[in-house]
Design a binder for this molecule. Structure first.
Ligand SMILES: C[S@@+](CC[C@H](N)C(=O)[O-])C[C@H]1O[C@@H](n2cnc3c(N)ncnc32)[C@H](O)[C@@H]1O
Length: 286
């Protein structure tokens, strides 16, 4: 069964639109295959059925979603949030939320992550992160900017860099920084940590694009390690149902010691610290 980036993107978009109409078993199979990157054999072992049964279950779920898409076309109307240049006309929305004792208003838009409501994972990451006054901060995959902007506000003598592949997200983050009156923020359109030099940051924060697949998340984790100075800290949030513990394993592979600092509402936040080794251990994705 094909799992190219395009297949994954289409399956996940249809899942967003129609997932609730599928059986619990079909939802589970689609999540494990397209979001958590497990192989058919791994899913079969985990669910104690044959590999063929997993294949057939996935096929039936895809056919059901394609039928719904043929009739309703909802998935085609949505850009996936990891799209570099969303094509849909932006429908904006404002999220008012109190974080670290300050009232914030973030503008979001269609084609950007969590445009309909403020994401629970985003909030938990913000609540859990410990930001120091002079921190140089990187928000990897910043979306419309909530994580990095709150961090910038806390780092009164520091600075935050926010990066996202999605141009619309980066524009919103820039605009949200201006509305919040933050002058210690720099927003970039870019691919993960690639625009930044080794050892540039004290703190890297990410709510990673899990739907882009495990390889992209692994690149975020490796990139975070590379751009952190020795002793620098890394925070990552992930949904338990989207394989948070597996992803924490990837963080531990790269960073060594990793601890869970928060768990609520189906999400987990992990913290790791970069050691003094000069060489990256790397993450093996098989
Ligand atoms: C789960 S969203 C989190 C957004 C934001 N941090 C928040 O919590 O609201 C992940 C973000 O990563 C971005 N993204 C995906 N692939 C990327 C890449 N290779 N480089 C930079 N950003 C990427 C997506 O566009 C998306 O905005």
């Amino acid at each position: 069964m094909e799992r190219t980036l395009e297949d994954r993107d289409r399956a996940n978009r249809m899942f967003d639109a129609y997932g609730a109409l599928l059986t619990a078993q079909q939802q589970h199979l689609l999540r494990r295959y397209y979001q958590d990157d497990l192989s058919l054999t791994e899913i079969a072992a985990e669910t104690r059925v044959s590999r063929q049964a997993v294949h057939d279950g996935l096929r039936r779920a895809l056919v059901a979603m394609e039928r719904l898409e043929g009739a309703l076309g909802l998935a085609a109307q949505e850009d996936h949030y990891s799209t570099p240049v969303p094509r849909s006309a932006p429908r904006t929305r404002e999220h008012g939320v109190e974080l670290h004792g300050r009232a914030w208003v973030f503008r979001s838009a269609s084609g950007v992550f969590a445009h309909r409501r403020f994401d629970v994972g985003t909030r938990l990451l913000i609540e859990a992160m410990e930001v120091r006054r002079r921190d140089r901060i990187l928000d990897l995959g910043c979306g419309y900017g909530a994580v990095g902007l709150v961090a910038a506000a806390l780092a009164t003598r520091g600075r935050a860099w926010l990066v996202d592949l999605n141009r619309r997200a980066a524009h919103l983050a820039q605009a949200n920084a201006a509305v919040a009156g933050l002058t210690n923020v720099c927003v970039l359109v870019g691919d993960g940590a690639t625009p930044f030099r080794n050892g540039s940051f004290d703190l890297v924060l990410t709510n990673p694009p899990i739907r882009a697949g495990r390889r992209v998340v692994a690149e975020f984790i490796e990139g975070a390690w590379r751009v952190l100075r020795p002793g620098g800290r890394f925070y990552m949030v992930a949904r338990t149902a989207q394989g948070a513990r597996t992803l924490a394993g990837l963080v531990a592979e790269q960073f060594g010691d990793t601890r869970q600092v928060r768990s609520a509402e189906g999400y987990r936040v992990y913290e790791a610290r970069r050691g003094y080794a000069a060489e990256s251990k790397g993450i093996a994705i098989v």
